[in-house]
Design a protein around this ligand. Structure first.
Ligand SMILES: Cc1ncc(COP(=O)(O)O)c(C=O)c1O
Length: 473
């Protein structure tokens, strides 16, 4: 990232007069938009030349340092902490393996993810099986193999009781709990309600069944939660259920699982940054949670499990995209335009707003709906920025990456670097009218390796079947 400071032009002409507005200080922030011409020391242009555009880029250094910092933050305050990698956040094999290499077990939410974790060599006893839709077959396998199955609802509990009756060992299960920690929106879709007592009833029913072993009390209170106190509330409430179960049955639930939800260094639309000032560091979350757990005598402290996703991977991912069309703007005004002309376009608003179309769209950037993804040109442009709209490449009007973003005048072929995009965008990407791009990993040593190649027609068609009568050749 090349950052260069240019002092703003300050004028005393502040009024409703257009010229005065145009020359106003607030519209003259800089003459040079910060550029991001390198990612982890590797030139953006070299990456595109070798792997094409668009291109997802991940940094092994950022992944590992986020993992180590989170572990250190928690273990220094609460030694009995175990992290599970939330597969759905990003299940590219190389990414999962980095976390497993750092000591992370696996948290999966489907049969598909369970199979991926098994294929990665994770022992079933190190798999946490979550999610609201677990097939009988997948439950049979997970329970027989000793994974911890987090029970989502009464029907699932009934099915698990049935399966457990056929096993030679007690099945390891958790009860998933939803609760209001004082932060909207309350995630009430998953698990048993705390408030009406059903979570407690479900826990007692599990403990009463000798074929089941209540291993965990689990909650996932949301995602991108900016208030660490919410976790203190959640931990406190799970401990209260644990105390109640212990008091009534003598079973001390060995594990409290607080799910995911810690934020990454990103902003939601409408938020004012920079993200580093808005988003609490992971240490604050560790303090809030450990502050509650450490009130217990040492011998009664549970293992703490966390399923942190977004926080660990989002900042480690970039998307390089290229400008394929410049629209709306008066291009004669931008070519050799004066600062005054450029600002006129900015002040006059919608009708004069320019837009860029780039070769990646919301098919690859699902999170652009909520998150204000940062956009930097890959070259420094000695022109003041304009407020423009950034369109994706899809044939859909809703394909807008940023409704309004400040960018300097750009040309077709200019690269833009979008960040952070490492969480959820790959796993939620749509195969829609375009091939999905390659993904590369910049290793801790600076080497660049593909961790997924660009999609080809054969990848997309391989599952298709054409009845003989519809064959064209
Ligand atoms: C059960 C569970 N655990 C962990 C996560 C990861 O959440 P995050 O990416 O917000 O850390 C999710 C995401 O929705 C989840 O549903």
């Amino acid at each position: 990232m090349t950052l260069q400071y240019s002092p703003p032009i300050i004028t005393s002409e502040l009024g409703r007069h257009t010229d005065a507005l145009i020359n106003r200080n607030s519209l003259s922030q800089t003459h040079r938009t910060p550029a991001c011409d390198r990612i982890e020391g590797v030139a953006v242009e070299d990456l595109v030349e070798k792997f094409g555009s668009p291109l997802f880029v991940f940094s092994e250094r950022v992944l590992r340092s986020a993992a180590r910092r989170a572990r250190e933050a928690f273990e220094s305050l609460y030694r009995e902490t175990l992290f599970a990698w939330s597969y759905k956040t990003n299940y590219l094999r190389a990414i999962c393996n980095i976390f497993h290499d750092e000591g992370w077990i696996a948290e999966v939410v489907s049969d598909f993810e369970y199979q991926k974790a098994e294929k990665a060599g994770i022992r079933p006893s190190d798999i946490i099986y979550n999610g609201p839709n677990k097939s009988r077959h997948s439950l049979e396998r997970a329970l027989a193999q000793g994974a911890v199955v987090q029970i989502d609802n009464w029907d699932e509990l009934g099915l698990i009781e049935e399966i457990a009756g056929t096993l030679k060992h007690a099945a390891r299960v958790g009860i998933r709990v939803w609760m209001d920690t004082g932060h909207a929106p309350v995630w009430s879709k998953f698990g048993f309600a705390l408030a009406n007592g059903e979570a407690a009833r479900a826990a007692l029913r599990v403990v009463a069944n000798p074929r089941l072993m209540l291993h965990s009390l689990h909650t996932h209170i949301g995602t991108y939660l900016l208030d660490p106190v919410a976790y203190a509330v959640a931990a406190d409430r799970l401990l209260a259920i644990r105390e109640m179960v212990h008091g009534q049955t003598g079973h001390l639930v060995p594990c409290i699982n607080l799910g995911g939800g810690f934020p990454s260094n990103s902003l939601l639309h409408g938020m004012v940054g920079p993200a580093e000032l808005v988003v609490p560091p992971v240490e604050r979350y560790a303090e809030a949670i450990a502050g509650v757990l450490n009130t217990l005598p040492r011998s009664r402290r549970p293992q703490l499990r966390l399923e942190t996703g977004r926080h660990l991977v989002d900042d480690a991912g970039w998307l390089i995209t290229s400008v394929v069309a410049v629209k709306g703007a008066d291009r004669t005004a931008t070519a050799g335009a004066s600062v005054h002309d450029l600002k006129t376009g900015f002040v006059l608003g919608e009708h004069s707003r320019g837009s860029y179309v780039v070769d990646a769209g919301v098919n690859l950037l699902y999170t652009a709906t909520w998150y204000r993804i940062g956009v930097s040109p890959a070259r420094a442009v000695d022109m003041p920025p304009n407020v423009v709209r950034l369109y994706g490449c899809l044939c859909m009007n809703i394909d807008v990456i940023r409704e309004s973003v400040e960018l300097p005048p750009l040309e077709i072929g200019d690269r833009l670097v979008l960040h952070p995009v490492g969480a959820y965008n790959l796993t939620q990407s749509m195969q829609f009218i375009a091939f999905r791009p390659a993904v590369v990993l910049i290793g801790s040593d600076g080497d660049v390796e593909a961790i997924r190649r660009r999609e080809e027609l054969a990848d997309i068609e391989q599952g298709e079947l054409v009845p003989a009568r519809l064959m064209r050749r």
